[in-house]
Design a binder for this molecule. Structure first.
Ligand SMILES: Nc1ncnc2c1ncn2[C@@H]1O[C@H](COP(=O)(O)OP(=O)(O)OP(=O)(O)O)[C@@H](O)[C@H]1O
Ligand SMILES: [Mg+2]
Length: 496
């Protein structure tokens, strides 16, 4: 582990479509979590924890959070009687024991698990990094502009990998004797409006003083890349645009213009866009494709259980002692992989498990010495993390999506069943709206909202030719819905 990095938040641009509404909602959550989660740790954060993935305990059959029989037992080592656990605990290595009461050791553990601690190697992303590096090298060698679109769900190592490639590229161009690259990294959450991106690029690569008045920054850039005389003096430019989801507008004009910058005859831009939306490229790709300037798309898949485990182990390797019982670490990896494959979340859960152990040590009533995070500490940390993530997601939904969820829970409660059709749900939703004197949305919008809820993993929509016949089931525990609206009178009445 070497250095730590930091980032900051910014606004999001409006977009009317239901899908972009989902993206907006997610980016809103992103902003919220950025502003509401001040880091308590002395370590500087690069990107504060983002608990976005809604699906927690129900995505696959083998999840078992909050299992009530796994409480920390007074004064005894925490180990379940189940045999696999015992078997794995027998495999503990012979490394020195951790002393969690030693503040310096505790600090080192928390640092190793902190999202802001940049690892020396980005494990499990070798392939993706290689592809990005190769792409950039080819552009530099051929002195040709080009664009790349890196996408994938949160916490899959996109920003980290691109950042690493940026460093590798600088080393490589020095080694082979190429002129050094001009590099600009923009995090779109910092932009006050979407088109500000063009002034940022212009500021970096071409002094504004030299430009004539009357043109917008975009037009300046377009002129610059259209004329040989102006552009040829310049070096190759690497532009990294992170959190590109923030540039989504209804017509995707900014995104389109941005990628188009790489198509001008004398452009020297290597553009790397990073975003969560896998389908984002599809929105502007057809247009770019017709102009023969389609960006290369590299998708980062969610981390698997084995990958999460490997990354955690690698991050913990800098420590001289064992911090986690192997089974505890594996438990974390399995649950996080099943829910989202988000490394940020895995690190957060591990830190939280360490804190559970810390709290236990502070409890003077329990005069015990624990020198390892056990399965049951991890169990508690996982329950906390996943429970609150679902509830947070429900609480941050737009009002009509919340009403839909309430109507579904109410319907299931009244009919004592756990599946219905979209048509039935629409009826229940309309009745709830009528009862609450809120104008209901039309059928098309209702269906789109259900699709958004389905994308978020809150409900599941079956297949049917007719929308109204699609089967609807809840993907989360109905008690999470009730819990999310506890104390809000409007929803309490909806749920009656
Ligand atoms: N392969 C890895 N090795 C070590 N740590 C990792 C790895 N992947 C992710 N991490 C950790 O998880 C954090 C989140 O990764 P990163 O910021 O790259 O995710 P992202 O895909 O850009 O997510 P988002 O879409 O939310 O921006 C990193 O700061 C790092 O601490
Ligand atoms: Mg990122």
């Amino acid at each position: 582990m070497a250095k730590t990095r930091s980032t900051n938040g910014g606004p999001v641009c409006p977009n009317g479509s239901p899908h972009s509404e989902a993206v907006e909602e997610r980016t809103e959550n992103k902003k919220r979590s950025r502003s509401q989660c001040p880091d308590q740790s002395p370590i500087k954060t690069r990107s504060p924890a983002k608990w976005r993935s809604p699906v927690g305990c129900t995505t696959n059959g083998d999840t078992c959070y909050g299992n009530g029989d796994s409480k920390i037992s007074n004064g005894k080592p925490l180990c379940s009687p189940k045999s696999p656990r015992k078997r794995l605990s027998d495999q503990f290595s012979q490394r020195p024991k951790w002393n969690p009461r030693d503040p310096a050791q505790m600090q080192a553990v928390k640092e190793a698990l902190h999202v802001a601690t940049v690892p020396t190697n980005v494990a499990c992303r070798e392939d993706e990094q290689k592809r990005i590096l190769e792409f950039c090298r080819t552009c530099i060698e051929q002195e040709k502009a080009g664009s790349l679109y890196v996408c994938g769900s949160p916490g899959t190592g996109k920003s980290l990998s691109v950042d690493k490639v940026k460093d590798l590229l600088a080393v490589w161009s020095k080694q082979v004797g190429f002129q050094s690259l001009d590099t600009l990294a923009i995090n779109c959450t910092c932009l006050t409006d979407t088109s500000e991106i063009f002034s940022k690029i212009l500021d970096k690569f071409h002094s504004r003083k030299k430009t004539s008045n009357g043109f917008s920054p975009l037009q300046h850039l377009q002129n610059l890349f259209s004329q040989k005389r102006q552009a040829s003096s310049g070096k190759m430019m690497l532009i990294i645009v992170d959190e590109m989801d923030y540039l989504i507008t209804k017509d995707c004009a900014v995104l389109h213009d941005l990628f188009m910058l790489t198509t001008f005859p004398f452009s020297r831009c290597i553009l790397i866009g990073i975003a969560n939306a896998i389908d984002l490229a599809d929105r502007f790709l057809p247009k770019l494709e017709s102009l023969n300037c389609k960006p290369v798309v590299i998708t980062f898949r969610a981390y698997s259980k084995d990958q999460i485990l490997k990354i955690l182990q690698q991050r913990l390797m800098v420590l001289q002692f064992d911090v986690f019982q192997p089974l505890a670490l594996e438990f974390c990896a399995r649950k996080v992989a099943a829910a989202s494959g988000d490394m940020r979340r895995a690190l957060g859960v591990c830190r939280s498990a360490v804190e559970v152990l810390e709290a236990q040590l502070r409890d003077v009533a329990r005069n015990q010495d624990i020198d390892i995070v056990m399965f049951d500490h991890m169990d508690i940390a996982l329950s906390k993390a996943f429970k609150s993530a679902v509830v947070d997601t429900i609480q941050s939904l737009p009002q009509h999506q919340q009403i839909i969820l309430c109507s579904l829970v109410k319907l299931f409660r009244q009919c004592k069943k756990n599946a219905t059709t979209l048509g039935e749900l629409n009826k229940s939703y309309s009745e709830t709206c009528k009862f609450s004197q809120i104008p209901a949305v039309g059928t098309l919008e209702f269906t789109n909202m259900c699709k958004v809820l389905s994308d978020q993993g809150l409900l599941k929509l079956g297949q049917s030719r007719e929308d109204k016949l699609k089967r609807v089931t809840l993907q989360i525990d109905s008690s999470d819905v009730t819990f999310a609206f506890k104390g809000i009178r409007f929803f309490q009445t909806c749920l009656v």
